[in-house]
Design a protein around this ligand. Structure first.
Ligand code: F0G
Length: 345
């Protein structure tokens, strides 16, 4: 039978109310891509779980099919979220699919072009906040407590349920859980989901390496960050809603949460692209963390199976790439000029 989306495939494992409707864009079922060159470098078996290949270009679609489906089932008409961009685009798409009104709050000037364009294209009412993601989240929590508008941030438990499906897929493809799972951490919903999913699926447990950006690393510093700053705008978050659960996941799995610099993130982004996998900056944080920990000798992955989760597609944030390159050369439209500029084979 053709693939029918996550609720169809894994619904029986998800704690969703009976009233939940199936609102799907056939999300999930993303590839676990073997990375032979990187594997040789680390002496491990390395795979990328490429979540950028979900319908709206990020892992958020896994949680959104569940959260929007649940909201529709209980008669909700309007949904709202705070977002660094990907949640906004995903909420907007699934709301559009379900015929709901969607409102998204984003930090002014800090959302990558592909995400903002997505949210607008799918018909969300986009509101910029003169403040951070954390300020936006505080506002949407308050408005959903006082009105019938439904919250679809990952504070919503059904988002976590939906996002567990990625750990199920990884186990189904590998046969067992990997030895290590490396992923970026922002508001900390995803790390919470993976850990819950692996525990539930009973195919073994990975050690988890959660990776924050150095300028937005509250879980590494042990206190909130008032003014988070990083080039990886997706994880520019100073007060993660599920911070406690993220720390628990790291600790229980015998893993850890670390911080990497923006330079390390951009370098990891380039390495992935050099193997044909283009991800947005935040999505490269997992690999940046793996590189940093292995270089320090504090993570031995020799002979191990390692999955690096790449949460969003490179096309979400094109300017980060185009701005760091010189514009392509311009030549007259003739053969000699072309040969001259490429200088032979
Ligand atoms: N990677 C990407 C590409 C993201 O967009 C996010 C979060 C994360 C990683 C971190 O996941 O928050 O579950 O720890 N983006 C949210 C958003 C905050 O609004 O799109 P997390």
């Amino acid at each position: 039978m053709t693939y029918q989306g996550l609720l169809h495939r894994y619904g029986q494992y998800l704690g969703l109310p009976a009233h939940t409707k199936t609102i799907t864009l056939l999300e999930g079922n993303t590839p676990l891509i073997p990375m032979p060159r990187l594997s040789r470098g680390f002496g491990c078996e390395l795979f990328i779980k490429f979540e950028g290949l979900n319908p709206t270009g990020s892992f958020k679609d896994r949680g959104m099919t569940a959260a929007i489906g649940e909201a529709v089932g209980r008669g909700v008409q309007t949904v709202i979220c705070a977002s660094t961009g990907n949640t906004a685009a995903s909420a907007a798409a699934y709301a559009a699919r379900a015929g709901l009104r969607s409102i998204v709050l984003i930090p002014e000037g800090k959302v990558a072009a592909g995400k903002l364009a997505g949210a607008i294209a799918y018909g969300a009412e986009v509101i910029q906040i003169q403040g951070s993601f954390d300020d936006a989240l505080t506002l949407v929590v308050e408005i959903t407590q006082k009105t019938p508008i439904a919250l679809v941030n990952s504070i919503n438990p059904y988002r976590i349920e939906g996002q567990k499906t990625s750990s199920f897929e990884i186990c189904d493809v590998l046969g067992n859980a990997p030895d290590w799972l490396c992923l970026p951490v922002g508001n900390a919903g995803n790390i919470t989901s993976y850990w819950a999913g692996f525990k539930q699926y009973k195919k073994g447990l990975p050690q988890i390496l959660g990776v924050q950006a150095a300028g937005a690393a509250p879980l590494v510093l042990g206190h909130p960050v008032e003014k988070p700053e990083t080039i990886a705008t997706a994880i520019r978050i100073g007060k993660p809603a599920r911070g406690e659960q993220a720390l628990e996941a790291a600790q229980e799995s015998n893993g850890r949460i670390i911080a990497v610099s923006d330079e390390e993130i951009l370098s990891a982004q380039r390495i992935l692209a050099s193997e044909g996998v283009w991800v947005e900056p935040a999505s490269a944080a997992g690999l940046a963390g793996l590189i940093a920990e292995s270089a320090k000798g504090s993570m031995n992955v020799k002979g191990k199976k390692v999955v690096v989760v790449c949460t969003g597609h490179g096309m979400k944030d094109p300017s980060i790439v185009t701005e760091s390159f010189k514009s392509p050369k311009i030549i007259p439209a003739n053969y000699d000029a072309l040969l001259n500029v490429i200088g032979g084979a």
